[in-house]
Every structure is written in C-alpha cells, then in structure tokens.
Write a protein that binds this ligand. Structure first.
Ligand code: MRU
Length: 342
C-alpha cells in the first residue's frame, strides 16, 4: 500500500503538495500550495495540521512563496523573506514545531550570504532536510515506543498523531504501525476529538486503511473504557513539551491523563525532538490557541449549541508532567522526573 504523504514536494518541486484533511474521510483530495496566502490558509483552516506537519509545510511553503521574488535585489528579497517567515510562524501559536522550522529557515538564510537565487536554493535544501528528518524521527519514535506495546495491546489515543499529522508514520501512532508491521496484534480506541473530529475522521481513516483494528468512541467515553478494562495504554502526541515535561496537546488530552492516573494505566506521550521547547519552563508558559466559536456551535454545518449560549473553544490543554508515565522521542524513552535542556 502507498504510504500516506501528508506533506511533500509536488512533482515539479514548485509547490507544497498536501492532503486536504478538511475533506477526509469523505474525499481524498491533494492540493498544491504555492503562495503565502495558500500556505497560511491551509495551516489556519487545518487543511494541513498536526504539529510536525505544519512545521514541515511552513518551511516548504516559505520556499514556494518566495519563488516570485528571486529576481529582486538582496535587500528587497530579505525584507520579503522576513515578512513571509513572520506570517507563517504566526498562523498557529501552540505547536512549537512551526516556530522551530521557521527558525531553522531564518538561520539558513542568514548563513547564506549570496544572491536571492542562491538563498532560495539553500532554503529549499533546508526545507527538504526538515521534511526528511521528520520522517526519520517518526520511524525512531516507532521503534522506541515498542516497549509500551505488549502483544495484543489495546491503545487509547486522542486527536490524530498519525501519518496525517507528520511527514512520516506519525508520532503516537508510530509504535502502533511498527508493531503491526512486525506482525504483532494491536488495536486502537480513537477518541472522536470534538470540535473538529480529528480522531473520528483522521485517525480512524488512516488506521482502517492500514488494516489496524480501530474503534471510535466519543470523548466522554475514555474514562469509562479504562474503568471497564478496555485500555492497556494511552498514547498521545504533543504540540509542545516544556522543559519540565508538561505537555500541550489537543483539548481533551488532560482529562484522559487524569483518568489514566486514577486507573493506573500508563500514559505515554510520543513526539519528535522538534516538539520540545526547553525555553518554556513549564506548561504555564505555553500559549494555548483559541479558535473560532463556530467550530463548537455547529457540527458538520448543523447547529448543535442552543442559540444564545456562549462558547469557549481552546484548541489545546496542558497535561502536567506528574501525570505522564513516559515521553518517547526519536532519541529514546524519557522517564520522570523530566528535564529537557537545549
Ligand atoms: O489542531 P490539530 O489537529 O493540529 O492538533 C493536533 C494535535 O493536537 C496532535 O496531537 C499533535 O499536534 C501531535 S501530531 C503528531
């Protein structure tokens, strides 16, 4: 079966090709992004989403969006580069991978004292490295995560931290894919993840496609599944990991961690090193993205909240390090007490 490529170069290399995740699972549509507007819009509307994937898409999008300016003089090109970099980095505040990837691109540009054509060529090399490294980090996470997946493991996950959320095989789902490829039995409970249903739409889609048993539950069912002995391990991804191990991830993650702690079930976070933010001391310093109330007010275009009710729509929550059994990165398995330094 063809691997899922959530972000890749288009065949000519002049566009960022993404799978439009707003349309899944109903339709599989790929889109080619070229301009700054294309890339910013795709990130803001979650056409491309998941912390690693938006970092990769932004780095590649910086290259494609600057193509039309390669004949400018050096000064004008530098100004354009900085304005595009800023715009892209500002699209989503919580996932540190976005700022991390743009930071790498800025550094590469600064180190290339040359004409715009050559700066652009260097930026393309850097964006491709970010893409390739993300794939490799996913594979490594998959290998390191095996120790949490005994044969027959029943995994509860939240949101989508799979292939669709990265350039490779995912983070939280990477150990699941590796175990499945090795012929070991593993099954997944996917929390549906209101308001945008990344679990029901995306995690269930990609696991079913791979032939891995997956059952969708509503977000309120996770604790009960644990109480009923249906969960061996909870595995989630992360949007940002603070120096002390506090983790920002999709809203609803924290309540699963509390329930897992109560039921003595391992709660494991899988993320690439690009998601670690040693400069943020703890979860209190992480900016949580607030999204539009319309996402909660209606579901698939049908109003579900009573007219006149207020809406609160934070996209992420913070799980304290004390509730996390292990953090699996591409470098290996970290156990508490956590301390991430640069
Ligand atoms: O708003 P989203 O869909 O981008 O949120 C995604 C998540 O919260 C994922 O769990 C996280 O980014 C890790 S993806 C490997």
């Amino acid at each position: 079966m063809e691997p899922i490529r959530a972000v890749q170069w288009s065949p000519g290399g002049d566009a960022v090709r993404i799978i439009d995740q707003r349309r899944l699972p109903g339709e599989f549509i790929e889109r080619d992004l070229r301009s700054l507007h294309d890339v910013c819009d795709a990130i803001a509307t979650l056409a491309v989403r998941g912390a690693p994937a938006i970092g990769v898409a932004a780095a590649m999008g910086l290259v494609t969006s600057l193509q039309d300016f390669r004949s400018d003089d050096r000064h004008a090109f530098a100004i354009m580069l900085e304005s595009h970099a800023r715009a892209l980095a500002a699209m989503r505040p919580t996932a540190v991978n976005l700022a991390w990837a743009i930071g790498r691109m800025r550094q590469r540009a600064a180190a290339t004292k040359a004409a715009p054509q050559n700066v652009l060529a260097a930026l393309r090399v850097e964006a491709t490295a970010i893409l390739d490294e993300d794939r490799a980090m996913c594979e490594a996470i998959g290998r390191h995560g095996q120790r949490f997946l005994p044969s027959g493991a029943r995994v509860l996950t939240h949101c989508n931290a799979g292939a669709l959320a990265t350039a490779g095989i995912g983070t939280a789902l990477a150990p699941v894919y590796v175990a499945h490829a090795a012929g070991r039995s593993v099954s997944v409970l996917a929390g549906e993840t209101r308001p945008l249903l990344q679990g029901a739409r995306l995690t269930a889609w990609e696991l079913s496609r791979a032939g891995i048993p997956v059952q969708v539950i509503t977000d309120g069912m996770g604790a009960s599944a644990m109480q009923n002995g249906a969960v061996d391990v909870v595995i989630v991804g992360a949007d940002r990991i603070a120096a002390n191990g506090d983790v920002a991830n999709k809203i609803g993650t924290y309540s699963l961690a509390v329930a897992a702690h109560h039921h003595n079930i391992p709660f494991v976070v899988c993320a690439p090193s690009s998601t670690i933010d040693p400069r943020t001391a703890n979860g209190g310093g992480i900016v949580v993205e607030m999204r539009h109330e319309a996402e909660v007010r209606s579901l698939a275009g049908v109003p579900v909240a009573a007219h006149g009710a207020g809406i609160w729509n934070p996209a992420f929550d913070i799980t304290p390090a004390a509730l996390i059994t292990a953090i699996v990165t591409d470098h290996g398995v970290r156990l508490p007490p956590y301390s991430f330094t640069s």
